[in-house]
Design a protein around this ligand. Structure first.
Ligand code: ADP
Ligand code: PAZ
Length: 252
């Protein structure tokens, strides 16, 4: 109740990714770039959901993850909106022929970028997987889905007998001198390479654009970009939640 008195109408925004659940309390007065993002197991959000005015959920996991949560919230289920990928929203036309197949987190990232940006944009979401989506004007050209930073490291370890990872390795672009550093630094180099390739590909479509970077490994990626890409890039801790805030704003 104290939260409501301070913020007015309160929306609970929930991003259920393949690695973890992120959430933010959002009232329409909160600037989009100032969301206070936290991680928590989904069931720990039940008490927050009970007092929120509305709950917006973006889920890319099997629905079973949500079922227990929804059961706990049966009394307030009318307050819950589970968002879906659309063929068109906020003026962006989705390029998928079957939009139900596109991860709704990618769609939320695009809506977030549209709200933050009037120019053409490329958006990279560095989560469990790293995704790239390209939007020129209001047209989604398409995207890429690749192994994310941790997935890339664990894939090498899982498939090569003599490769071990050192989970403690702090990744940099330095060439590694032991297996752990080679794996961690190589995974970071792959993420950077993806942004470089995306930018090269996108430059064939348009000259003036912004690169948006988000996701749990987004800061690591952003901070290691070469200067020519850094100058046109912006980092946001959680673009998916910003997309949900846009949906919430549109509903009021
Ligand atoms: N507190 C944290 N818990 C888990 N992963 C974290 C945390 N902080 C940063 N990360 C990084 O975030 C990545 C997952 O990003 P995230 O955006 O949460 O993915 P997803 O949306 O797929 O759940 C992990 O690979 C990890 O390297
Ligand atoms: C590509 C993803 C796995 C990314 O999920 P995340 O890494 O953010 O958890 C997700 O967007 C998804 O399940 N997509 C479905 C396939 C598609 O977008 O075409």
């Amino acid at each position: 109740m104290v939260v409501k008195l301070v913020l007015g109408s309160v929306n609970l925004l929930i991003d259920i990714g393949n690695t973890s659940v992120k959430y933010a309390l959002y009232s329409p007065q909160t600037p989009l770039h100032a969301l206070d993002v936290a991680r928590a197991p989904l069931m720990e959000l039940v008490s927050k959901a009970m007092i929120a005015d509305h709950i917006y959920v973006c889920n890319v996991k099997e629905n079973s993850t949500l079922i227990d949560f929804m059961q706990e919230l049966d009394a307030v289920k009318h307050k819950i909106t589970i968002v879906n990928t659309k063929a068109e929203a906020f003026g962006i036309k989705n390029s998928y022929s079957d939009v139900t197949k596109m991860g709704v987190d990618r769609w939320m990232c695009m809506l977030a970028c549209r709200a933050l940006e009037s120019k053409n944009f490329l958006v990279f979401h560095a989560g469990t997987a790293i995704t790239c989506d390209a939007v020129v004007g209001n047209k989604h050209l398409g995207g890429w889905i690749c192994a994310g930073f941790m997935m890339s490291r664990s894939a090498v370890v899982a498939n090569a007998d003599k490769v071990n990872d050192k989970q403690s390795s702090l990744a940099t672009l330095r060439f590694g001198n032991d297996t752990g550093d080679c794996v961690a630094n190589g995974a970071l180099a792959q993420l950077i390479g993806l942004v470089m390739s995306g930018s090269k590909q996108f430059s064939c479509e348009c000259k003036d654009y912004t690169i948006y970077i988000g996701g749990g490994d987004g800061r690591l990626l952003y901070e290691n970009l070469p200067s020519e890409l850094l100058s046109k890039s912006k980092y946001f801790e959680n673009l998916v939640l910003i997309g949900l805030a846009c949906v919430a704003n549109n509903a009021t």
